[in-house]
Design a protein around this ligand. Structure first.
Ligand code: SF4
Length: 280
């Protein structure tokens, strides 16, 4: 049963304020962001939320992007969604801007790329780690649930059990560990897989060992077998998509504001069993 929706607030991102670290392949070159630019206003947000509320099974909204904190009307969206369990999936850079709205959120999910500044900055630019540390401290001080997400690549593979130990100490609500997939439409013609893609067998072995060594971590991971968790992405203008594990494209299902739930769910059901996600 579909209980959670991923709300794409924008595909834009502010990550590029940092310069690439020496020897890196660029800031966030692994990112899956879609290049689409879309518009909406407060009335569209109201219509979208009331449409979502028609489906009583939906209890959780995950605000994601791009970087949701640069999206127009993000404060309004956060406040208006307080009847749901809400998760903000952010790079954290602008968390200080929602000082008054943060109490309306239930969980904040931050990247956890490595156990050192060197690894964080390799992925996200020179200076990211120092700000990330401040922002993580801020989230912990506000007693909001925290989640982490980690992309394992050949670069941070050697560090993964150090990361796991640090995550374990913090005891987050969850830790989502994923493997690079070549679905970045913006980078489709650029061969970046060689920098970020990890052998599936190695990835699965690492996940098994983390589960064995740190059984108390609530670990989620992408794998290539096992039961699925259906994922529905909805843009703030109402457009709904799903994504398949091995696809470079998002699959358009309709506009939930105009078309309603029936059409979206019927289209979604055709695809959802093809997804390969595992939840511990
Ligand atoms: S990985 Fe996150 S922070 Fe980096 S560009 Fe993509 S959306 Fe922005």
């Amino acid at each position: 049963m579909l209980k959670s929706l991923r709300i794409i607030t924008t595909y834009q991102c502010n990550a590029y304020k940092f310069k690439p670290a020496i020897n890196s392949h660029g800031v966030c070159r692994f990112c899956y962001r879609h290049p689409e630019v879309f518009t909406y206003d407060k009335k569209t947000i109201d219509k979208l939320l009331s449409r979502i509320r028609e489906n009583k099974n939906i209890t959780e909204l995950v605000f994601t992007g791009g970087e949701p904190l640069i999206a127009k009307y993000i404060k309004y969206l956060i406040k208006s969604s307080n009847s749901f369990y809400t998760v903000l999936h952010t790079n954290g850079l602008l968390l200080n801007k929602i000082h008054n709205e943060i109490e309306y959120l239930n969980c904040i999910s931050l990247p956890f790329d490595g156990s050192s500044k060197e690894i964080f900055d390799y992925y996200r630019g020179d200076g990211y780690y120092d700000l990330w540390k401040v922002r993580m401290g801020y989230v912990l001080s506000r007693k909001i649930e925290i989640g982490f997400n980690t992309l394992i690549t050949p670069y941070n593979l050697k560090d993964i059990f150090n990361i796991a130990a640090k995550v374990n100490q913090i005891n987050p609500k969850y830790w989502f560990v994923k493997k690079y997939r070549h679905i970045n439409i913006a980078n489709e013609n650029k061969d970046i897989s060689k920098y970020f893609e990890l052998d599936s067998g190695i990835f699965d072995d690492v996940i098994k060992k983390i589960r064995h060594d740190f059984p108390q971590i609530n670990l989620y991971s992408t794998i290539y077998k096992g039961p699925s968790i259906p994922t529905l992405f909805i843009l703030l203008n109402g457009k709904a998509y799903t994504a398949l594990q091995d696809s470079k494209e998002y699959i358009y299902l309709g506009n939930i504001i105009n078309d309603g739930w029936d059409r979206i769910l019927n289209n979604f059901i055709e695809y959802k069993n093809q997804e390969n996600w595992e939840c511990k």
